[in-house]
Design a protein around this ligand. Structure first.
Ligand code: ZN
Length: 449
């Protein structure tokens, strides 16, 4: 073979090798998997004077992806989920702003200013803001993975509850600084609920109901005027619908006061109805909870002896009222309730006759309590769905005339006699379906049926 031929073959081999290399070059985007290592330093600073939480994240990305070795590929962008309510989003590296766009899948794609080859790193910053109120701050710590350090700074005159408690707390310059060291696992968002209580201000209004005018007093903290107005509007609107859906006019003789409360005042619950002393409503509670508490003005009049009846009814009526005010939200919440009930059934199943609520909700009893609420709602909703609102009203009007307390047998008897259809499914929810009721004599009052 002539030297020129050898040279030609050599050039061809080099060309083929070059083509093979270029063909395999990949331009990759980082997803959270083993190919890349990411370190995140997140800081949340609450600035109530600006009604804002300023969030900043330093993200250090290392390309450890062996498939990009020998210049076979590089990384050029980074996918990151931001909370839906993030405002004023900016991203930058040391040289200035970097571009980003929102993908149809909901995450943001941040474009690196340079290619990041194998074993190289790239550092950039994301900043955004979350809205809070002057004296109340409710927002989520939005983190993922284990290589993340999270720092939270809140003025020390705020009472703060955080959804996870494995932080260290320092106080510095009138700020409480909560630090979650690296190494903790973040696989969901955690809520921060922070309140600076002020002396209460008062908003008054009147609900023009069927048999009487009911005075409404909303007690709220300074800066929470909007909360007070919305609470007033929902209260007046809901009371009228409640009268109609129960088939019973507002049944108590006293007026209503609703007090804006922090989580210590409600014992971890979303709200608390203290009868003539009024309702304590967690400042971050939804309309559903407010309507639930208003519905208790009716449930209190029934002398129910069983918790599931009170709570199941209150949630059923929260659903029925919300369906009139905001049908989409009502539907969503009903589906969530049922989904939650089904997901807790395997691990927390118990008969409703055995349910009681603790004075405070803790991490330890949260699921037990939630299961009772969701199961009670599910049973009440199934009854309503089977018989319709008019039969439900008939049952209500009958139950409210009972002189003594209403236990399970009285309730079952009334529903059975007024529903005009087979309602035997109710037994399985209230009692242990695996127990033979007749032979084991679960409840002596069963003779009554
Ligand atoms: Zn309740």
């Amino acid at each position: 073979m002539a030297f020129r031929d050898k040279k030609r073959i050599f050039v061809m081999i080099i060309l083929i090798l070059f083509l093979m290399c270029t063909i395999h070059i990949t331009v990759a985007t980082v997803n959270h998997d083993d190919r890349a290592k990411t370190e995140v330093f997140s800081t949340y600073i609450a600035v109530p004077e600006e009604e804002t939480v300023k969030v900043s994240k330093e993200i250090i990305f290392f390309n450890m992806d062996t498939s990009t070795q020998f210049m076979r590929g590089y990384y050029s962008s980074y996918n990151y989920y931001l909370p839906k309510n993030a405002k004023n989003i900016e991203a930058r590296d040391d040289a200035g702003y970097i571009s980003f766009e929102k993908s149809p899948n909901g995450y943001h794609v941040f474009n690196f200013r340079r290619k990041v080859w194998f074993e190289q790193s790239y550092t950039f910053h994301i900043e955004y803001e979350l809205q809070i109120n002057h004296n109340t701050a409710v927002f989520a710590l939005h983190e993922s993975g284990s290589n993340t350090e999270v720092t939270l700074k809140i003025p020390s005159d705020f009472d703060t509850q955080i959804g996870r408690s494995d932080y260290t707390l320092k106080n510095n310059d009138d700020q409480n600084i909560y630090v979650f060291e690296k190494g903790k696992h973040w696989n969901r968002t955690y809520t921060v609920d922070s309140v600076r209580s002020t002396p209460y201000m008062v908003l008054t209004g009147t609900a023009d109901l069927k048999e009487k005018d009911v005075e409404i007093e909303i007690r709220y903290w300074e800066g929470e005027e909007l909360w007070a107005q919305e609470t007033m509007q929902t209260t007046i609107e809901s009371l009228k619908i409640l009268e109609e859906k129960w088939g019973i006019p507002y049944p108590v003789c006293y007026n209503i006061s609703i007090t804006q409360a922090n989580i210590d005042q409600t014992g971890g619950y979303g709200g608390y109805n203290k009868g003539s002393q009024g309702i304590w409503l967690l400042h971050s509670s939804s309309q559903w909870i407010l309507i639930h508490e208003l519905a208790h003005y009716w449930t209190r009049e029934f002398n129910f002896e069983q918790l599931w009846m009170d709570e199941g009814y209150a949630d059923l009526y929260a659903y029925l009222v919300l369906k009139e005010i905001d049908p989409h939200e009502a539907q969503k919440r009903r589906e969530n309730f049922i989904k939650r009930y089904n997901s807790l059934k395997d691990t927390h199943e118990y008969p409703l006759s055995e349910w009681s609520t603790p004075p405070n909700i803790t991490d330890h009893n949260m699921e037990y309590v939630t299961f009772g609420y969701t199961k009670s709602f599910y049973l009440k909703w199934t009854i309503y769905d089977s018989i319709g609102i008019e039969s439900l009203k008939k049952i209500n009007k009958n139950l409210i005339t009972y002189e003594g307390g209403i236990c399970n047998p009285e309730y079952i008897h009334t529903v059975n006699s007024l529903a005009n259809q087979d309602m035997s499914f109710i037994y399985d929810y209230i009692f242990d379906p695996t127990v033979n009721i007749e032979t084991n004599n679960v409840d002596n009052h069963l003779d009554f049926i």
